[in-house]
Design a protein around this ligand. Structure first.
Ligand SMILES: Nc1ncnc2c1ncn2[C@@H]1O[C@H](COP(=O)(O)OP(=O)(O)O)[C@@H](O)[C@H]1O
Ligand SMILES: [Mg+2]
Length: 465
């Protein structure tokens, strides 16, 4: 029997390898794109949908070499290039073309590329006078990556400034044309949901030359497979209702599924494959332990996300609607109707909600919500956010203005209440919030308990490291 460490099987913060679930249609599309010489690739989708995991597993399977750059905000185009040079263990060549000598307003014609292809050294290329937005550095870089038979993977493309994105979109064309000489050379950009559109809009010539691969959140079957495959690898099992609970709480986000499974294994003291066939089966109390621990782990993130979200106009109405309606989310028109029916403010339209909805889904404002392109629904980022919204709205309705310290205390109480709901096996899921506040324990008391709980959490973390 193969023995696996639990951290190889459930990987909430790393790409899955041993417990990687193949997503057939996506897998095929990516394989086709990677195998087509010159085809540039943009993989886009919601954070946590599995873009990096999908790509890394495919590159490994196809035995393709790559160099990866992780983008951060404020990174310049030169930063990106020097990052690649460092990774390739090469020295950055000096810039040969003076920026002022460049003409053509950044447009690179295909004939121009052909002339790059025919030149053999970077010296030659610098002496020609052609229309190019690029200096010899970019061309040498492209060739260097080509000579290494590598692919350039650019992670978090969406974080870059628009002018840097635009230059990268143009560099894709250089890569595309150089692929005549270096068949494996290509850029694979990974990013948030607008990434593909941005690349094509930034440079219309990229249309048809970029394979745009949308990675949706996982469906229930895929999430279910993570639990089943993972428990099989560990030679344990999970009751069917436990699997269903994990599926419901993951909301298509595989990292939540991995995290809940990891915590359930802690609950039954499993840290590697059970070689003694002890018949361990994950049950209700293990799920409830995992859910309450999970809430504690993400409590700071939840707290700050909701504090940011509540500053956005109309957030109260929007969040109330989503908290009261279907867990899978609500379409824009239904959102408008719900708000008009339930709140006495001025009549609103879809346009009124566009800005607040886009803010509520954006990282700078806490990304409490997400938009599902397939169902065209807005929903909470995951069911834990929905649970918190229910509790939060209920409390904030009681008092119009809360001071910062009151908000803080309230959050501690919310965390505690949420934990209580999961610690009690008869309470189930994020839907049973009505009973949470029946226990009127004093807030300070709740805070003390919450701190105690935090300490025990850090103890658990220490022992698991
Ligand atoms: N196909 C898959 N099978 C199993 N787990 C996956 C799969 N794809 C992603 N995951 C898990 O989901 C989480 C997020 O994946 P990641 O690739 O980092 O997403 P993204 O790059 O879209 O943000 C990780 O915990 C990873 O282990
Ligand atoms: Mg990623």
């Amino acid at each position: 029997m193969a023995i696996y460490n639990i951290n190889e099987v459930f990987t909430p913060t790393r790409p899955a390898r041993k417990n990687f679930i193949k997503r057939k249609p996506l897998d095929k599309r990516l394989q086709r794109a990677l195998k087509t010489p010159g085809m540039q690739v943009v993989i886009y989708g919601h954070s946590g949908s599995g873009k990096t995991t999908l790509l890394l597993n495919k590159l490994k399977e196809l035995n393709l070499k790559f160099v990866k750059t992780n983008c951060t905000a404020n990174m310049t185009f030169d930063d990106l290039l020097s990052n690649v040079y460092i990774k390739l263990d090469k020295e950055l060549p000096p810039k040969k073309i003076d920026k002022e000598k460049q003409v053509g307003g950044g447009k690179l014609s295909l004939a121009t590329i052909a002339s790059f292809n025919s030149s053999t050294t970077s010296e030659n290329t610098t002496e020609r006078s052609f229309i190019s937005p690029f200096s010899s550095i970019e061309l040498t870089l492209s060739k260097t990556i080509g000579e290494k038979e590598s692919i350039w993977v650019i992670e978090d493309f969406h974080k870059l400034e628009v002018d840097v994105k635009s230059k990268l979109a143009q560099l894709m064309k250089v890569f595309m044309d150089l692929s005549d000489e270096y068949s494996k050379l290509k850029i694979v950009a990974l990013g948030a949901k607008n990434t593909a559109r941005e690349v094509v809009e930034l440079d219309s010539e990229m249309q048809n030359r970029v394979s745009e691969i949308y990675v949706p959140l996982m469906n229930d079957e895929e999430i279910c497979k993570i639990v089943e495959n993972g428990t099989n690898l560990l030679n344990i099992s999970a009751k069917e209702h436990v699997i269903n609970d994990v599926v419901d709480h993951s909301h298509g986000v595989a990292s939540i599924c991995h995290q809940l499974c990891l915590l359930m294994c802690k609950s039954v003291d499993i840290d590697s494959t059970d070689e003694y066939d002890s018949g361990v089966e994950l049950d209700f109390e293990d799920f409830n332990f995992a859910a309450s621990e999970y809430i504690q782990q993400v409590s700071d993130t939840l707290k700050s996300a909701f504090q940011k979200a509540m500053k956005i106009p109309r957030s109260n109405e929007i969040l109330s609607c989503l908290a009261e309606n279907d867990i899978d989310g609500v379409e824009l028109q239904d959102l408008v109707e719900y708000i008009n029916e339930n709140f006495d403010a001025v009549e609103i339209t879809q346009t009124t909600l566009e800005e607040p909805l886009s803010k509520l889904s954006c990282a700078d404002h806490g990304s409490v919500l997400m938009y599902n392109e397939q169902s065209e629904n807005y929903s909470f980022k995951d069911p834990f956010y929905r649970l918190f919204a229910k509790l939060f709205l209920k409390e904030s309705h009681k008092k119009k203005r809360l001071s910062a310290s009151e908000v803080n205390k309230m959050f501690n109480q919310l965390i505690l209440s949420a934990k209580r709901s999961y610690s009690n096996p008869s309470n189930n899921l994020a839907n049973s919030t009505d009973t949470l506040f029946n226990d009127k324990s004093d807030i300070d008391d709740a805070e003390k308990l919450s701190n105690k709980w935090k300490k025990s959490q850090s103890r658990i973390n220490r022992t698991t490291e």
